[in-house]
Design a protein around this ligand. Structure first.
Ligand code: GSH
Length: 369
């Protein structure tokens, strides 16, 4: 009996100890979690390559870019297609790094992409692609504009001339104003990014006007950019005008579809203009990618609307250059966490605090057995 009592007293003591240990561990773990939460958010060291905010003079090719930028993607895909070694410097458009004085020295328009070839600076995607074509087209670096076949070259230049002027920015921002026109937009054009970009133009116009005042040497370039933003603003916001713009995309894609449909027999495996992948294919790929990300696949090619285009898009996604250029889901997650690091840390911190307080109250008030 006494032994049994002793055992039950020891059990009681052990249970009490376990209960207090548990309580201490709970607070210790919660505290550690709270302290180290920010460390779990990657700083994008490998993907985002946070800019050093200065001109980076190095030997070789250096591309100032953003992985989501339409025009940067064209250059990236060209560099990968040509197997050229190059370095990248991330320009954070969200933080408006493109308007910092050091970057305006590189490109007074405050736009990416910009290529630096040791001391030479080349802005504008089309100019960069032509520069690469003129200066790096031998051995392992294939031509993206064929020179030996005049008929193919003419076709490449024609498709480039109708694809390149399609206004990607207006298409993109307009889709956020008329979201009833799109179906299932994909990352990165989901969630808070949509409202960030939708409302970004007004802020950029006033920033450009301020910059033009403080930088008289480049004010003409900056004010010209303001004029373009203001001229395009009704196409973005007015639905009838925006629909007319979508018609322009339709017209171009119909011409592309007809060309692809004509590739029969031994031309079955052709790309847009011939058996070689060219700059016209790069322009088309990046356009299809953007339309898909915005949620326009069913409007422009899915459900039997343009079957050849649909097949082409599925095929081009298999190319290594596409996979290296277009960010994947893991990248989107990292980018999102990095952009909204502060907000996420605060929300999770608040959440954990609430759990600690409620957990503490529960444990403290729970009657001891
Ligand atoms: N014509 C230029 C257009 C470049 C362009 O519009 N870049 C966008 C990113 S896709 C940009 O830098 N936007 C930032 C801004 O204008 O503030 C090209 O082909 O490179």
């Amino acid at each position: 009996m006494r032994l049994r009592n002793l055992t039950s007293e020891t059990d009681l003591l052990a249970a009490k100890n376990r209960y207090h240990m548990c309580k201490r561990n709970f607070f210790l773990r919660a505290h550690l979690l709270l302290v180290f939460t920010p460390a779990y958010f990657p700083k994008m060291s490998s993907t985002q390559e946070e800019a050093s905010h200065e001109i980076n003079v190095k030997n070789g090719l250096l591309l100032y870019h953003h992985p989501y930028s339409y025009y940067s993607q064209k250059v990236l895909m060209s560099l990968y297609e040509k197997n050229l070694p190059f370095e990248k410097q991330f320009i954070n458009l969200v933080k408006e790094v493109q308007y910092e004085p050091w970057f305006l020295k590189l490109n007074p328009r405050g736009q990416i992409p910009v290529l630096q070839d040791t001391g030479k600076v080349i802005p504008d995607s089309a100019r960069i692609i032509d520069y690469l074509e003129d200066n790096f087209s031998n051995g392992d670096t294939p031509r993206l504009i064929p020179i030996n076949n005049p008929a193919v070259k003419e076709k490449v230049l024609h498709f480039r001339s109708i694809l390149d002027p399609l206004p990607a920015r207006v298409l993109t921002i307009g889709s956020f104003h008329h979201s009833e026109l799109v179906h299932f937009p994909k990352p990165p054009f989901v969630g808070p990014i949509r409202s960030l970009l939708k409302n970004g133009d007004k802020r950029i116009v006033s920033l450009l006007k301020d910059l033009a005042e403080t930088n008289p040497d480049i004010s003409l370039v900056l004010l010209r950019k303001v004029a373009v933003y203001e001229r395009k603003s009704s196409t973005i916001t007015e639905k009838t005008e925006y629909l007319k713009l979508l018609d322009q995309f339709d017209e171009v894609l119909t011409e592309v579809e007809n060309e692809l449909a004509s590739h029969t027999g031994d031309k079955e495996n052709w790309w847009l203009c011939g058996d070689c992948f060219t700059v016209a294919d790069i322009s088309l790929t990046i356009l299809l990618e953007r339309l898909s990300q915005l949620g326009y696949e069913s409007r422009f090619w899915k459900n039997g609307k343009r079957p050849y285009l649909e097949k082409y898009y599925a095929r081009v996604k298999q190319r290594e250059s596409y996979q290296k250029t277009i960010p994947n889901m893991l990248f989107h997650v990292k980018m999102f966490m990095s952009t909204y690091r502060k907000h996420l840390t605060i929300s999770i911190g608040v959440g954990i605090c609430a759990v600690i307080i409620l957990g503490g109250v529960y444990i403290a008030l729970k009657p001891e057995k």
